[in-house]
Design a protein around this ligand. Structure first.
Ligand code: ADP
Ligand code: ZN
Length: 750
């Protein structure tokens, strides 16, 4: 193995690039080591979960190295997304695939030859297509990055035959390092990646597959729609995906949501590529809040602000489930994965995965389904179970799954079990779960009456328990091995040896108390109301309102620029902005996710929005001790003057601004000189003016302007909100001018 290590300056450069281009202060645990490995020229394999931050692992080395990094990626949509995100960060990147026209492609190759490109994304077909490798030889290729590298393995679920040809890279570029990245961690895939890419003694980085920010929840599959509506009602602005098994379900669920006024769309393989593209695009742009989709949706979706993923039906294995829920919370912010579970789903899934496949495959599929089922029925920390499946031990309970949050309460369920077993015996063990529960609860429906089950001794023996409780308990009995299901007999419940022992009173049974949804989440009905009120209150908190405002701004900018909103800023970045309310350049740049380029492109507008929002944080940072308050003017943006809360009415920073103004500098020049944003300078001037200092008002407003604004104010009557004034004057004057005019009128005593 090569003993080379990346030089210390190279690592420093990498760290600086992370801050400069991405606005992040630190590498995540493994990123630094991976980057060091690749910068030292070593072949590197990276196994990291979705959202773990793989892109940075090759993008940063690409940025700090000479030459161009060639990225092989299987999905056109993903390439486009990544290149857009790179550009938004100020990194020169391009992609070539079948969607790129000949002339565009020529431009790109020219840019590559001139040495301007830092990253070039290509599809495997293009890469191995005629002449492309020869072309690459004319470039200075710093490294190859093979994204979604598991596609090389025929064992995997995303096998792509083109990927197997990538071994050729090593022959053509014997000394160019290769970094292979994937979110699939199993051994076979790992081995295939190493051998098929002809990697030379690669360093392998296997990161934890835990996604601690995803809250794992499993709910009984009863009244799914009601539960979904309830959830969305409590998360009205959060984007999410609902996975369904069938196309039909996708459509009906989406329709039901639409009827409730939710912006939902459906997505499945039965739609035309155009239809699918449009739905996907609308989701990426935040124009659709919810996508109801088959598992065809999601591959190659980079949307970082998916806040929740639901499984309307049970997934067929844990691999699939984990991959799908991994699409939530990629930005690291809190996210929810909600799985609906019912036995009926297990049944139909069981049929699906065993039908028309060779017996060995059927066996394997069924075993995997059983693991999925065990997860759904777990009574201990779900995350531990999941990670265990991927051969990882968390070492402690997670505190972010439904079981950890509401540890099940166990009780002696022997009597309940005996009632159920006995009822089953009296039907000659002929009934399936639902009918058994109906009998126990004394229901008078057709199925019951038709067979005379209302005459049984156990009829109504469990009338005191609601359906859902029984549903849960019978499932628990199944899991406990008191019953089994005779699939071939209409899913009739059959009593096992163990069940017989319970029936005879030879064996006690312990059950977990069933907790209905709202209890599980927020206690009683009364506290449900309280929770709703709290949610409403927090939605109305200044921070939440600012977040909403910033989200709108982001959406507006994204639409103007034709990029998805999360490419502008991620949710977590906006949240930090809403919390910290940065109003200076330095403060804005210290927000995680605000790099130089993004600051240059969007910084001013966002600062302006924060200033207009009008409640800068009470605690100024060192640099911001001079930060402005919105001037004392009676409108809905401006709070009461902060001057009153200050010991002295004078603010040194404001004074400096004012002096520069008196010397004839424009706000822009002052901002430049003082390394402040223009909004801050204006705010200084407004405050100075409101305190009675003399401003060169004519720099900003003519007499005619002042008169026009005063007239408009009169027309609106009372003390109109600035926004109304702004609209009334058809946006002719900006807020700064309107505020100054307001102070002018105040000073003249109106
Ligand atoms: P993956 O490709 O592994 O699914 P991404 O590369 O898309 O993950 O990264 C997921 C999210 O995490 C992105 O929003 C990315 O910008 C962010 N991220 C990556 N590295 C860091 C870091 N060091 N600090 C903060 N955020 C990061
Ligand atoms: Zn847990």
């Amino acid at each position: 193995m090569s003993a080379a290590t990346a030089s210390a300056p190279a690592l420093t450069a990498a760290r600086q690039a992370l801050k400069r281009y991405y606005g992040y202060d630190n590498f995540r645990p493994m990123q630094g080591d991976i980057i060091e490995s690749i910068l030292s020229g070593q072949d590197t394999v990276v196994l990291m979960p979705t959202g773990g931050g793989k892109s940075v692992c090759f993008q940063i080395p690409a940025v700090v190295s000479e030459g161009v990094c060639v990225v092989v990626s299987p999905l056109i949509a993903l390439m486009k997304d990544q290149v857009e995100a790179l550009k938004a960060n100020g990194i020169v990147a391009a992609y070539i695939n079948s969607s790129v026209s000949q002339s565009e492609s020529t431009d790109i190759t020219r840019a590559a030859l001139s040495g301007h490109l830092k990253l070039l994304y290509v599809s495997p077909e293009k890469l191995l297509g005629e002449g492309f490798l020869q072309f690459l030889k004319r470039l200075n290729v710093s490294m190859f990055a093979i994204d979604e590298a598991h596609c090389i393995s025929s064992w995997g679920h995303d096998f792509r035959p083109e990927y197997t040809q990538l071994g050729a890279l090593r022959q053509h570029f014997p000394s160019t390092p290769i970094i292979a990245l994937t979110a699939t961690a199993d051994r076979l895939t790992q081995r295939d990646i190493k051998t098929q890419l002809n990697l030379h003694e690669p360093r392998v980085f296997l990161s934890s597959f835990d996604r601690p920010n995803i809250n794992l929840v499993v709910r009984p599959g009863q009244d799914r729609l009601g539960q979904i509506l309830d959830f969305i009602g409590r998360h009205p602005n959060d984007a999410g995906i609902i996975y369904c098994l069938s196309r039909k379900t996708c459509e009906t669920v989406a329709q039901k949501l639409q009827q409730k006024g939710i912006k939902a769309g459906h997505y499945h393989a039965g739609m035309t590529p155009n239809q699918r593209g449009a739905v996907q695009e609308a989701f990426l742009q935040d124009d659709l809040q919810v996508i109801v989709a088959t598992i065809a949706f999601g591959m190659g979706i980079d949307k970082s602000n998916v806040r929740w993923v639901m499984h309307y039906n049970l997934p067929k294995n844990i691999e699939g489930y984990y991959q799908e829920i991994g699409r939530a919370g990629r930005d690291g912010g809190p996210a929810t994965a909600l799985l609906f579970y019912s036995f009926a789903d297990v049944m139909s899934m069981r049929d699906m995965v065993t039908k028309d496949v060779p017996p060995r495959q059927a066996q394997l599929n069924q075993a995997k389904l059983e693991r999925m089922q065990q997860f759904a029925e777990a009574a201990s920390c779900r995350r531990r179970i999941l990670l265990h499946y991927f051969s990882e031990d968390l070492g402690h309970d997670c505190n972010n799954c439904d079981i950890c949050r509401n540890p099940p309460i166990t009780f002696d369920g022997t009597l309940l079990a005996q009632k159920a077993l006995s009822a089953s015996v009296r039907t000659q063990q002929r009934v399936a779960i639902n009918l058994l529960i109906d009998i126990l609860r004394g229901m008078r429906n057709q199925a019951v009456l038709q067979h005379g089950y209302d005459q049984l001794k156990t009829y109504g023996a469990g009338h005191d328990l609601p359906y859902l409780d029984w549903y849960s308990y019978v499932h628990q009995m199944l899991n406990d091995g008191l019953f089994y299901i005779a699939y071939e007999e209409g899913y009739a419940l059959k009593i096992t040896e163990r069940g017989q022992q319970v029936l005879k009173g030879q064996l006690p049974v312990s059950l977990k108390k069933f907790q209905p949804a709202e209890k599980a989440e927020k206690g009683t009905r009364a506290s449900k109301k309280a929770a709703a009120e709290a949610a409403a209150a927090s939605a109305g908190s200044p921070e939440a309102r600012l977040f909403e405002r910033l989200r709108q701004l982001r959406k507006q900018i994204a639409d103007e620029q034709g990029v998805p909103p999360y490419v502008v800023f991620t949710d977590t970045t906006l949240q930090e902005m809403a919390r910290e309310q940065p109003t200076s350049r330095v403060a804005m740049l210290s927000v995680s996710g605000v790099g130089m380029k993004k600051f240059e492109t969007y910084g001013e507008v966002f600062i302006e929005a924060i200033l207009q929002h009008g409640t800068p944080r009470a605690v100024p940072t060192e640099y911001e001790a001079d930060e402005p308050n919105v001037p004392p003017f009676n409108d809905d943006f401006a709070p009461a003057p902060r001057a009153a809360t200050k010991a002295a009415d004078r603010d040194p920073s404001e004074d400096v601004t004012f002096q520069l103004h008196r010397q004839g500098l424009t706000p822009e020049q002052i901002a430049e000189q003082r390394n402040l944003v223009v909004g801050t300078v204006r705010s200084h001037l407004e405050k100075a003016y409101a305190k009675g200092l003399d401003l060169r008002l004519q720099d900003f407003l003519s007499d005619y302007d002042l008169a026009e604004i005063a007239t408009a104010r009169k027309q609106l009557g009372g003390t109109p909100a600035l926004r109304d004034l702004f609209d009334h004057l058809r946006e002719k004057y900006d807020y700064f001018q309107l505020r100054l005019a307001g102070v002018y009128e105040q000073r003249r005593g109106r």
